[in-house]
Write a protein that binds this ligand. Structure first.
Ligand code: F0G
Length: 452
């Protein structure tokens, strides 16, 4: 089957004032008003072609059995809806094509009968960032950059460092000192990035990065980069393939810098425009109580101006107080009829253990989805007979410290949450230190059976 051809020209449009510019003449923000940019779709070359829904579905399905790297990638498989790379080949680690799991234990806990997890932690570097990074890093290389950089809470940096290494580019990582998991830090070291632990938080790292790029030609790979969001769109296309193009009632995502929710929303809008789906799922965004700028922006300012916060949460991936893509996220909530909610540290820890006990596992930031779902069910926003997909953004091995402390019972020791954390006891499975005898192990088994 012939793939739909695309032109080499990609246009970027400002989300604030609507100014449209070709990529070559544009930075990462609008020259007129400074707001964020988004890739214009359909792309100019593709617009003249008939992007027929049935043809697209068939092409995308057929590529699953192809041995070519760009077809094996769960991102580039959908290249008709991505900005075209022209003659360049993509930098790919065969990202995407992640599993959709049914969650049986979590379904019983929440009462939601059709409950699924789309596990983006099953990507090559263990988080959803790979789907965006393959696209944006490919454009960095196409544009001739030697250096790429990001400020990060750990996953973007791990992903960027890997793709930069694969693409033969240098990478610079700015992370908040002491506030990311060792697993994520070790990844960017291994992939060869210049890794700076900066004595500030994520928002401070972002400020430093914005200064650096004024002095050196460095390509920024944070999610303000519109090409990142183009790649991150593809999770929605995969999901719709799984569901035979009939959207679930709800999709629930964690909210940090708010790039992911924005990408999802853009994807569903484009699918509707292309006639691939007939209606939207409701996309809802969950934040940690201690890092809740979007929740406060909506509840206190009716979405009119951003309420920045001093972010604090053990779910370090979403420890962000001033999210760049807040306007894009608001647009998605309005278009799809989704909502926002916030969850406590203890609620996050409990939900993470429940997802683990379902045999799936995820990192703390991903678990806000289940914690949020429980609240949305209580409020009646999600009905037990509706279908729900939780987007799990990071792998359980991303933050083993959190998991170990949880099971040993000291995650909340010495914090104001000590009392509330008593409810976690039934989910805790501390490692058992025993004498080297069969009797000792057998009595441990008896104990375990009594507990369950
Ligand atoms: N979940 C995980 C595991 C993350 O790493 C992030 C963001 C999010 C959720 C939130 O996604 O920012 O698109 O709203 N991590 C970024 C990083 C900020 O630097 O790795 P978002």
């Amino acid at each position: 089957m012939t793939p739909v051809s695309q032109s080499d020209d990609t246009l970027l449009r400002c989300i604030g004032c609507g100014t449209v510019t070709p990529v070559a003449e544009s930075g990462l923000s609008c020259e007129q008003c400074g707001d964020l940019l988004e890739v214009v779709f359909p792309h100019p070359g593709a617009a003249s072609e008939k992007l027929n829904a049935a043809t697209l579905k068939a092409i995308w399905r057929e590529r699953r059995s192809s041995p070519l790297p760009q077809d094996q990638s769960g991102v580039w498989r959908f290249r008709e809806v991505l900005p075209p790379l022209g003659k360049d080949s993509p930098i790919t680690l065969r990202e995407g094509n992640t599993p959709l799991y049914e969650l049986s234990l979590c379904s019983r806990i929440t009462g939601v009968k059709q409950l699924y997890a789309k596990h983006q932690g099953m990507n090559p570097t263990g988080s959803f960032k790979d789907t965006g990074m393959t696209v944006a890093s490919s454009f960095a290389r196409k544009d001739g950059f030697r250096w790429v950089a990001c400020a990060s809470t750990g996953n973007t940096s791990a992903s960027m460092a890997a793709y930069a290494a694969r693409g033969g580019m240098y990478s610079l990582v700015l992370i908040p000192d002491g506030k990311i998991s060792w697993g994520k830090l070790s990844q960017s070291l291994d992939y060869g990035a210049v890794t700076c632990q900066v004595k500030t938080d994520f928002d401070g790292c972002m400020r430093v990065l914005n200064e650096i790029v004024k002095h050196k030609p460095i390509y920024v790979l944070n999610s303000i980069n519109p090409f990142r969001l183009e790649g991150q769109k593809t999770v929605a296309f995969e999901l719709m393939e799984h569901f035979n193009w009939e959207p679930p009632d709800h999709i629930i995502v964690p909210g940090g810098n708010l790039g992911n929710s924005s990408a999802l929303g853009k994807a569903f809008q484009e699918m509707k425009d292309l006639g691939l789906i007939s209606h939207f799922p409701k996309i809802s965004i969950i934040q940690a109580e201690g890092a809740n700028p979007l929740v406060r922006t909506i509840r206190e300012k009716d979405g009119k101006e951003l309420v920045s916060v001093q972010a604090e949460t053990m779910a370090t991936a979403i420890r962000i107080g001033s999210p760049a893509s807040w306007k894009k996220a608001l647009r998605i909530l309005a278009a799809t009829g989704g909502t926002v909610e916030q969850v406590s540290e203890v609620e996050i820890a409990l939900a993470k253990a429940e997802i683990g006990a379902d045999g799936i596992g995820c990192e703390p930031a991903s678990a806000v989805t289940l914690a949020g779902l429980k609240k949305l069910v209580k409020q009646g926003f999600v009905k037990p007979n509706e279908s729900v997909v939780l987007v799990l953004t990071g792998h359980v091995l991303k933050d083993p410290d959190f998991t170990l402390k949880f099971h040993r019972g000291d995650l909340f020791s010495g914090t104001p949450f000590e009392n509330e954390a008593r409810i976690l006891a039934p989910r805790q499975r501390a490692p058992i230190v025993l004498d080297a005898s069969a009797d000792a192990v057998l009595s441990a088994l008896e104990q375990a059976e009594k507990q369950n």
